[in-house]
Write a protein that binds this ligand. Structure first.
Ligand SMILES: *Cc1c(COP(=O)(O)O)cnc(C)c1O
Length: 342
């Protein structure tokens, strides 16, 4: 894999740290847990979308765009990182937000990532839940094009083959880091949503023959749909990278048992995981993605899914800004209709 063949604007803080989680490992009684800190990618409280945006924004610039546009749920971390990246490049940014949870909590609708979208100077518009959001995005993009704007539209989560390059690169970065530290990795676990992170990672891991199983913990779609989305994007990403056929269908594994009531609705296990990481490791997870990913990891450990002697790397995909849209989901979080109880 030779990433320099693709346009890229390198502004993420890389490599992200790879650190042990000694207190969490001790609390759970093994296996040995490590964390890859992609919550610290350097742009506007960090997160996994920044790696994807390095390639997506370079493509936007190359195509002469004067404006970027994307879509996501109200508390989208992808929207916030896109707004920040656009600010850094001096591009206008418009974000289409989907009311995916139906929450009327003022913090959910105005605080957290929504507050930061506006702080970075992006404009936003809203649409009802359940629509084909990438189609809705194209409609809004065409409205701006009709006014003479040169719009580059980024799909939800930045999950195109271009965006997935960022996570193929992350796979190589992580394995290089582990090799330099003489650290054997037995599993990698992370939260999976719009599929670009898992698709990029599995493509990268397979292309370099790392032989490390990857497990995505789903936050929205049922298992067959999630795995199909990841697989299809991985196949296309491998082709783009010049290593077609490296990913087999059974390399793609998602566990969707931890979604709970639905996307963006925290579960008791998610809240417990957020509190464990905060109180044992001083690390902030989020209530939509990394909290559910960690809830899955913790539950699988408790159920003996992993061997005591194994070493697991949890890829922290970020999202802490969303905590401020979800304070009412915590017992000490203050007033507001509790999203968890709706
Ligand atoms: C977007 C996101 C994910 C999921 O990544 P995908 O590439 O969309 O699957 C996980 N965690 C956080 C915090 C995110 O913002």
């Amino acid at each position: 894999m030779h990433f320099s063949r693709f346009p890229r604007i390198q502004l993420a803080h890389l490599p992200t740290a790879l650190e042990p989680m000694e207190r969490l490992s001790a609390e759970l009684g093994g296996p040995e847990l490590w964390i890859k800190r992609d919550d610290c990618t350097g742009l506007s409280t960090g997160g996994n979308k920044t790696r994807k945006l390095e390639f997506l924004m370079a493509e936007a610039k190359e195509q002469g765009a004067d404006m970027v546009m994307t879509q996501g749920a109200t508390q989208s971390n992808h929207a916030r990182q896109t707004a920040a990246f656009a600010a850094r490049l001096g591009l206008d940014c418009h974000i289409l937000l989907e009311d995916r949870t139906g929450s009327n909590d003022p913090n959910y609708n105005q605080n957290g990532n929504v507050f930061l979208d506006h702080l970075h100077g992006a404009t936003t518009s809203k649409c009802a839940g359940g629509l084909d959001m990438n189609a809705e995005l194209e409609k809004v993009a065409d409205e701006f094009r009709a006014k003479g704007r040169k719009v580059y539209a980024i799909p939800g989560g930045g999950s195109s083959t271009t965006g997935a390059l960022g996570y193929a690169n992350c796979a190589m970065e992580l394995v290089n880091q582990a090799n330099a530290m003489d650290l054997r990795i037995d599993h990698i676990v992370h939260a999976t949503g719009s599929a670009g992170t898992q698709a990029g990672l599995i493509t990268g891991l397979k292309a370099i023959n790392a032989n490390i199983p990857l497990l995505g913990i789903g936050v929205r779609a049922p298992k067959p749909k999630q795995e199909e989305n990841v697989y299809n994007l991985a196949v296309a990403t491998a082709e783009k990278l010049g290593c077609p056929g490296v990913v087999a269908r059974d390399d793609v594994v998602a566990n969707t048992d931890y979604v709970g009531e639905g996307y963006g609705i925290p579960t008791p296990g998610c809240i417990e995981a957020i509190e464990m990481f905060a109180r044992l490791e001083g690390i902030l997870l989020d209530p939509v993605y990394s909290g559910k990913g960690a809830a899955g990891l913790i539950d699988l450990i408790r159920n003996g899914h992993f061997k005591q002697s194994e070493r697991i790397v949890f890829l922290h995909t970020g999202g802490s800004a969303a905590l401020f849209g979800y304070t009412s989901a915590f017992s000490y979080g203050g007033a507001g209709s509790a999203i968890a109880a709706e």
